[in-house]
Design a protein around this ligand. Structure first.
Ligand SMILES: Cc1ncc(COP(=O)(O)O)c(C=O)c1O
Length: 377
């Protein structure tokens, strides 16, 4: 069986897929990955539960991590989606209502559905900004609270995976708190990229994704919570009083958590450079928009590295090109740029997170060249 290893190990490409840019391993994590490659590799010195293990120093890491995002308690999960599922499962009964934003990731809906709960959506502002407005959130929440007495939770996407829009979590957090509705902030695209302060944002729960934004191989996530929710979320098994039911005792039992730990010193440092990343993204957008037929979607100016461009020019070229819609993928591949969806030309989701100026200029020039050549067909 082939595992595409050849492709992955081949000359490293410039990957512009936003979902992958934040999960690139540090050299330290690569070493850790091999050191802990065997199953249950973190369990040599089991202390009865994953978060209590001192060798490797998981316990100390989690304490440090809780300071990093300013929450009282942190637990590792297998991903952001598992964190959302755990919170919904703990707080909600069948048929309960959850208020979510119109840019919520599919995993929010799936986690709600698996818990047999209903989602009520705060609509975004539509094309071209797709903004989640604070007033709309308040209006929707008020209406929902008037209508139902079983609204148990709100889930806000801090930065969404389609447009890279940063929501005003603090204002929305305040509204939820005033109304007595706990807020879960989905930080899959922010925790590990930009600074997160859960208390300041008035979030009762935060979830993060190691493989998306914390230089970890994954699957690995973080669930942070304030202590008032400890008894509910981290309730213990009757038969095994040391084991937390929602975490099924222990979650990540090997390499994924160790890669997260190994990259943590780097991640702590890199969030301090977030302003630089935003600046680079704005430069990238400005230059890309100079190409006719490329226009940024989502809120302007950018506050996050995930960019979605609408690209009618690529659509136009695809109609005449012998490779049809696949031309863009192939042209980029020739230039050693990867991470675009093969066959798709309507819009372009990309990120230059943690790239240097030379790499960013190379990407911009590549798109310019591809358009110029395409127009001539
Ligand atoms: C906004 C958002 N939330 C959650 C997820 C899922 O994260 P995970 O794989 O850690 O469950 C994604 C993945 O693309 C996402 O974009």
């Amino acid at each position: 069986m082939k595992y595409c290893a050849e492709q992955r190990l081949a000359k490293k490409s410039l990957n512009i897929n936003p979902i992958q840019r934040g999960g690139i391993l540090t050299p330290e994590a690569k070493v850790a990955l091999h050191e802990f490659e065997d199953g249950y590799s973190v369990c040599d010195y089991c202390e009865g539960r994953l978060d209590k293990i001192n060798k490797p120093p998981i316990h100390e890491f989690l304490e440090e991590f809780s300071k990093f995002i300013n929450v009282d308690i942190v637990r590792p999960t297998h991903g952001a989606r598992e964190g959302k599922f755990i919170v919904i499962h703990s707080l909600c009964e069948e048929g309960d209502k959850i208020v979510v934003d119109g840019n919520a990731h599919y995993t929010t809906y799936v986690a709600a559905e698996r818990n047999k709960t209903d989602t009520i959506v705060v609509p975004h502002s539509g094309y071209p900004n797709y903004e989640i407005k604070v007033e709309k959130w308040k209006e929707t929440l008020d209406n929902v609270l008037d209508k139902y007495d079983n609204v148990k939770l709100a889930i806000l996407t801090h930065v969404d995976g389609n447009y890279g829009n940063l929501t005003d979590a603090k204002k929305i957090g305040k509204i939820c708190r005033r109304k007595g509705i706990p807020l879960l902030l989905n930080c899959a695209y922010t925790m590990g990229r930009m600074p997160i302060n859960a208390k300041k944002l008035k979030a009762d729960f935060v979830v993060g994704s190691g493989h998306k934004s914390m230089a970890a191989s994954g699957p690995i996530g973080i669930l942070g919570l304030s202590e008032e929710w400890e008894d509910e979320i981290l309730r213990k098994s009757k038969k095994y009083p040391n084991k937390e039911i929602e975490l099924l005792g222990c979650t990540s039992r090997g390499a994924p958590i160790v890669t997260l730990m190994a990259s943590f010193p780097h991640v702590k440092e890199r969030v301090k450079n977030w302003d630089q990343e935003v600046k680079k993204t704005r430069y990238f957008v400005k230059e890309m928009e100079k190409i006719e037929g490329i226009k940024q979607l989502g809120i302007k100016p950018k506050m996050h590295d995930l960019v979605n461009f609408e690209t009618p020019i690529f659509e136009k070229i695809s109609k005449k090109h012998p490779k049809k819609g696949y031309f863009l993928y192939h042209e980029l591949k020739k230039r050693n740029i990867t991470g675009v969806k093969p066959g798709y030309t309507k819009t372009l989701k990309c990120s230059v997170y943690r790239m240097d100026k030379e790499q960013i200029d190379y990407i911009i020039n590549s798109f310019r060249e591809i358009v110029d050549a395409g127009i001539g067909i």
